[in-house]
Ligand binder design. Structure first.
Ligand code: ADP
Ligand code: MG
Length: 238
C-alpha cells in the first residue's frame, strides 16, 4: 500500500498538452474516483501513474519515492482495464497466476497467492475453467485476481465496468468496494458513471480539459458542486 502524489504533472503528446499541471495527493488506502468527460485526460493520468506513459513535467511519487523514471514493474501498481485482458486458452488458475509470471517467487508461494486471491474473489470453484465458461463478472474478477496476486501497492482501474450490463455493474461495484475494504489498497478508479463515483469513492476528483476542476468527498460535491458541469455529473438538483 502506498500514497500517490502528483505534483504539477504535465503530459504533452507532440505539441498538444493534454494534462496541465495536476496536483493531487492520495492517501495510503484511500479510494479516489477520477471523473470527467471523454478526452479530459483520465486514462492518460492513470497511465502516467502506472508508468505506461512518461510524465512530460512534474513529480510523481508512489510511497514517497519519486518514480518518474521507474519502469512500470518497479512501481508495482496494478492496472485493471475495461477490456479485461484475460487469455482464452488459459484456465482461471493460469490466468491469475500469470500476474506472477515475472515475479521470481517460488512455485508454492505463487500457488498460495493464487489460492488466496481466488478465495477473496469467490473464484475457488472456477479455477480449472476457461474464460469461455465464465460470466462477464467472473471474467472481470479473474482480471482483478491477476492484478491482486502481485500484492500491488495500489490499484488503478480504468472504467472497469463499462462493458458490463447494469445488474452486473451493480454487483461488481459492491465487490470491488468490498475488496478495497478487505485489503485496503490505495485505489484510483476512473469512471464516467456518477453512481460508481458517489457510492465507492472516499474522494472524487473532477477533471476537465486536462485540469482538476474540483476535489471533494461525494457529499462535498453534492452539496457544493464547483460548476454546472459537476452539478450535472453528480446529479445535484438545480
Ligand atoms: P479520457 O480517458 O479522459 O477519455 P485520455 O486520457 O484518453 O482521456 O485522452 C486525453 C487526451 O489525450 C485526448 O485528447 C486524447 O486524444 C489525447 N491522447 C491520449 N493518448 C494519446 C496518444 N498516445 N497520442 C496523442 N494523443 C493522445
Ligand atoms: Mg479513458
Amino acid at each position: 500500500m502506498a500514497t500517490i502524489e502528483l505534483e504539477n504533472i504535465v503530459k504533452r503528446f507532440g505539441s498538444a498538452t493534454v494534462v496541465h499541471g495536476l496536483d493531487l495527493a492520495i492517501a495510503d488506502g484511500e479510494f479516489v474516483a477520477l471523473v470527467g468527460p471523454s478526452g479530459c485526460g483520465k486514462s492518460t493520468t492513470l497511465r502516467m501513474i502506472a508508468g505506461l506513459e512518461d510524465v512530460s513535467a512534474g513529480t510523481l511519487r508512489i510511497g514517497g519515492v519519486v518514480v518518474n523514471h521507474h519502469e512500470p514493474k518497479r512501481r508495482n501498481v496494478a492496472m485493471v482495464f475495461q477490456n479485461y485482458a484475460i487469455y482464452p486458452h488459459l484456465t482461471v488458475r493460469e490466468n491469475i497466476a500469470f500476474g506472477l509470471y515475472t515475479s521470481g517467487l517460488p512455485k508454492e508461494k505463487k500457488a498460495a497467492r493464487v489460492d488466496e486471491a481466488a478465495r477473496i474473489l469467490g473464484l475457488e470453484d472456477l479455477l480449472e475453467r476457461r474464460p469461455a465458461a465464465l460470466s462477464g463478472g467472473q471474467r472481470q474478477r479473474v482480471a482483478i485476481g491477476r492484478a491482486m496476486v502481485r500484492n500491488p501497492s495500489a490499484f488503478l482501474f480504468d472504467e472497469p465496468l463499462s462493458n458490463l450490463d447494469a445488474q452486473l455493474r451493480n454487483q461488481m461495484r459492491i465487490e470491488i468496494k468490498r475488496l478495497h475494504q478487505r485489503i485496503g489498497a490505495t485505489t484510483v478508479y476512473v469512471t464516467h458513471d456518477q453512481v460508481e463515483a458517489m457510492t465507492m469513492a472516499d474522494r472524487i476528483v473532477v477533471m476537465r480539459d486536462g485540469r482538476i476542476l474540483q476535489i471533494g468527498s461525494p457529499s462535498d460535491l453534492y452539496d457544493a458542486p464547483a460548476d454546472v458541469f459537476t452539478a450535472r455529473f453528480i446529479g445535484t438538483p438545480a
